[in-house]
Design a protein around this ligand. Structure first.
Ligand code: SAM
Length: 294
């Protein structure tokens, strides 16, 4: 944290060494070192309350809807009949809340390694998870998700949503071949997995690596794009892996809209629309290159 104009302070993100963003900080809300990472919650002058882990922006109140809506709605609507969903990471609760908006979801399991992230999010960012934490369909497991997928029964989930930190520290194991192999085993034949794939302009290697590893276990490997203002550097890529290539298929905007209406999410979104949903799978060459096998 550095001095800001007018006597305030700045919080600088330390994701990249030679470039980055900073926030004018109105107030520090919580700061601690957990068993796994440094956690900071602060009020920014520009983006509302912000959660940072190890100096990297996880969510801000102002733009979290972009990422959370697309990470939840795109895989579940493409699947079309997802009842059992596994959310990995996601300790802020935002994706769990969007998953539980889907009427057809009967069971949603969230596996988060850091109980402090959950506790601080409930205490200081209550609107992100909202009532998802008390939903009778939700199960919250504190633990390393690699162990959870190794222990879970085969074909016990329809969709896996990996809302993790980047492939460093505790998050690294969630980008390995073993992880994707177990995800494929745990998913049903029409199962789909999505993961935060980084910002390709700055982190192209992340998408390239995870896509290559996913491709060994999923018939269809691709990505879709979102624009999250505080995930700086252009588009963020969401990695896509489906056991059934038809899952990405040829849905029309009208069909996606019908599914959204049946799911009960139509009219509840600020970023997701049927057209944005379908268009997000179109990749510019510099990102499509990250999916090309070496
Ligand atoms: N949307 C954010 C992003 O794209 O950077 C991620 C938000 S979410 C808070 C990330 C969560 O993943 C963190 O709370 C972190 O503790 C959790 N996480 C990292 N590695 C994990 C692991 N191996 N098992 C379970 N959760 C993990």
């Amino acid at each position: 944290m550095n001095g800001a104009g007018g006597g305030g302070a700045w919080v600088e993100e330390t994701l990249y060494t030679a470039w980055g963003q900073r926030f004018a900080c109105k107030a520090e809300i919580a700061r601690l070192r957990s068993r796994h990472q440094d956690i900071l919650v602060f009020d920014s002058a520009s983006h509302g309350r912000v959660l940072m882990l190890d100096g990297v922006v996880q969510i801000t109140e102002a733009d979290e809807f972009v990422y959370q809506e697309m990470m939840a709605h795109v895989p579940l609507l493409n699947h079309g009949a997802a009842e059992r969903v596994l959310v990995i990471g996601g300790g802020d609760g935002g994706i769990l809340r969007r998953v539980l908006q889907h009427r057809g979801v009967r069971r949603a399991v969230l596996v988060e390694i850091d109980e402090q992230v959950i506790a601080l999010s409930k205490a200081h960012l209550p609107g992100i998870g909202g009532d998802a934490w008390t939903d009778r369909r939700a199960e919250v497991v504190v633990g390393d998700a690699i162990h959870y997928v190794f222990d879970a029964p085969a074909a016990s989930f329809d969709a896996i949503i990996v809302d993790s930190t980047d492939p460093a520290g505790v998050g690294e194991v969630l980008f390995t071949a073993e992880f994707y192999r177990e995800c494929a085993r745990v998913l049903t034949d029409r199962g789909v997995v999505v993961n935060q794939g980084g910002v390709p302009f700055m982190q192209g290697g992340e998408l390239r690596l995870s896509s290559a590893r996913r491709a060994a276990f999923f018939a269809d490997t691709h990505a879709f794009l979102i624009a999250v203002p505080t995930y700086v550097g252009g588009f963020m890529a969401i990695g896509w892996g489906a056991k059934d290539p038809g899952c990405r298929g040829t849905l029309s905007a009208a069909e996606v809209e019908q599914r959204a209406a049946a799911a009960g999410i139509l009219g509840t979104t600020r970023y997701w629309t049927p057209e944005i949903h379908l268009g997000a799978f179109n990749l510019p060459p510099y990102i499509a290159d990250c999916l090309r096998r070496e």
